[in-house]
Design a protein around this ligand. Sequence first.
Ligand SMILES: Nc1ncnc2c1ncn2[C@@H]1O[C@H](COP(=O)(O)OP(=O)(O)O)[C@@H](O)[C@H]1O
Ligand SMILES: [Mg+2]
Length: 365
Amino acid sequence: MQVVGRFAVGIAHDFNNLLAAMQAATELIAARPGLDEATLQDAAQIRAAARRGAALVRHLLAFARETPTAPRRLDLREAIDDLVPLLRHLLGRGVRLEIDTGVAALPVRIDPTGLDQVLLNLAANARDAMPDGGTLILRCHALRRAGTRFAGIEMRDNGSGISPEVLPHIFSPFFTTRSEHGTGLGLATVQDIVSAAGGFVAAESTPGAGTCMRVGLRIDDTDDDNQAEQGGAKRLLLVEDEPVVRRLAERALTSWGWQVVSVGSAEAALALAAGDGKFLAGLAAVVTDMELPGRSGAALLAGLRALPGGAALPAIIVSGHAEAVLHRDPGVQAQLAAGAPVTGLLSKPYLLPELRARVAAVAGR
Ligand SMILES: Nc1ncnc2c1ncn2[C@@H]1O[C@H](COP(=O)(O)OP(=O)(O)O)[C@@H](O)[C@H]1O
Ligand SMILES: [Mg+2]
């Protein structure tokens, strides 16, 4: 577990299951007799995309190994509310989801991606324990344990339950009772993430009646403003349309002490900058993907530098193309010719230390 890394394990676990299912399903489709050529071609494309996805996972694994987690202060209730659509989707039609997040805010300090992984892994297990349908009750509330205040999460299902012989092993890495598709990494990942956040996790189960998983996260009473002051962090604008890559970059940059504002498109970035006169002045640099939907990274940069206070904005353009190709891009050439402050070009896939060094170089840190 230590070798593979917490984030990498979570990603590999969830993605590989999805990709395996996609590949298997397209193989089944392609084997059906009497299909026309166009359908076969479409199936082949889906399979090829799933294979590319698997390659991407390997990729993420390679550099996620160096990614420390980026804990921040968040309200547990809000995090759960945000995740509800995804939870419902994961559980499917057969499982009813009942949620009670109480009335009081529950501030905790944890990596947000990690918290999502905890909730999704627990929900996936509950779903698998209720193949004929059932109810999952998700509650959160404040509790006290050994004099410390915790935010408690409770996930209760009325599924198969866990036998007393199996129960002591469920958190062990690679322990699974599933003959197919089980990796045994779900609960090990949960335990790892929760322990890293200074919390605890416990299971209680009655075979044939259901299981209740409890997670406790230490309540964080510290003052937000104080922490921002202490960090002395400088702000970066991160523009990347691929959510997985965006989160990963955001986590990495945050862990290096930057305050990161991240958006998924050039239009969103320009709207932010145009909507708040002080936004650009408070920015140390922009890190943008070149290939964005709509306006490109180079066009975004031109747009930002045309705004009041944006002329000297340092920037890094990240691209799936090699640097040499990027240098030939008319948009990038125009930026370089305009003599704007250092424009770092970084080709994807990049290694995190490289990103760290480039950002430090252009943003003067
Ligand atoms: N809610 C649950 N109900 C019944 N069994 C569960 C539940 N959660 C976990 N388990 C048991 O714990 C084992 C380990 O779970 P996990 O670490 O998520 O790995 P996996 O889901 O890949 O088997 C499962 O194989 C299952 O036997
Ligand atoms: Mg699981």
